[in-house]
Design a protein around this ligand. Structure first.
Ligand SMILES: Nc1ncnc2c1ncn2[C@@H]1O[C@H](COP(=O)(O)OP(=O)(O)O)[C@@H](O)[C@H]1O
Ligand SMILES: [Mg+2]
Length: 252
């Protein structure tokens, strides 16, 4: 892919905290509508990478090039919403803070995009975890970003809420947005991403499609390392075990 064709082009992105390199020389290019999952264990550098792309953390070195010169939408793990205010009041407040030209139009658009119209007047604190996460996504969509970044968006959700959020995220990508999300649930990366970036201690260990990752992971696996399947082991569980092996083989 040429740089001109990429909606987002990241080159040699690095961030140090003192002597610690939290993200080391990460690079990838995404086309419009592509979904990239960033996976890796705790402390791998996922939040640091997304924070740099969101513009809330300054890289130590490297470049972030965007085809559309608009800020990326950012859905951090802990969104600073006001739980006593309604959904619509929160969205209006954030729209004003972002100095959007027409806050009411932006609120209406966000409610429609995230399917929250019938919850607009409810207090955010009383919503289900799934709907609270939709409010967070709505705030990330305020400025109609071409690139949306989500940090572990499904971490606190139950399986049904997760499935609904993935539907929403896929629809947003279907509109031509690049969507980047972090997760430590390997199976979610596999199922919902077009491509996967694996981080281990800040280092980019893999970049490719879920199928390619499966091949690399399977190639690593010594037959003796696979435990005999138990009654609760589905194919997903097997892949997770294999992925842990993949990380271990690379010293993580
Ligand atoms: N503000 C900070 N100051 C110092 N070290 C940090 C800071 N933020 C993150 N780190 C370190 O950078 C590494 C990557 O952290 P993080 O990006 O939060 O990982 P992840 O999101 O994958 O769990 C960790 O070792 C973490 O302790
Ligand atoms: Mg994190």
């Amino acid at each position: 892919m040429t740089v001109a064709a990429a909606a987002l082009d990241v080159v040699g992105l690095t961030r140090c905290f003192g002597s610690r390199m939290a993200v080391r020389d990460v690079g990838f290019a995404l086309e419009r509508g592509e979904k990239l999952a960033i996976i890796g264990p705790n402390g791998a550098g996922k939040t640091t990478l997304l924070s740099m792309l969101a513009g809330v953390l300054v890289p130590t070195s490297g470049a972030i090039n965007r085809a559309v010169e608009r800020p990326c939408g950012w859905v951090p793990q802990q969104q600073a919403v006001y739980s006593k205010l309604s959904v619509a009041e929160n969205l209006r407040l954030f729209a004003r803070l972002e100095r959007l030209a027409d806050p009411d139009a932006a609120v209406a658009r966000m409610l429609a995009q995230t399917g929250l119209e019938d919850r607009a007047q409810e207090q955010v604190g009383r919503l289900s975890g799934g709907n609270q996460q939709r409010v967070n996504v709505a705030i990330g969509l305020l400025a109609d970003p071409a690139v949306l970044l989500l940090d572990e968006p499904t971490a606190s959700l139950d399986p049904r809420q997760r499935a609904r959020l993935w539907e929403l995220i896929s629809a947003l990508a279907g509109e031509g947005r690049c969507v980047l999300y972090s997760t430590h649930a390997v199976t979610e990366a596999e199922r919902y991403a077009d491509r996967v970036l694996v981080l281990g201690d800040g280092e980019q260990l893999f970049l490719g499609t879920p199928t390619e990752l499966e091949e690399v992971v399977a190639g690593d696996l010594a037959p003796s390392a696979i435990a005999p399947p138990g009654p609760s082991d589905g194919p997903a569980g097997d892949f997770e075990t294999a992925f842990v092996q993949f990380l271990r083989a690379r010293g993580h």
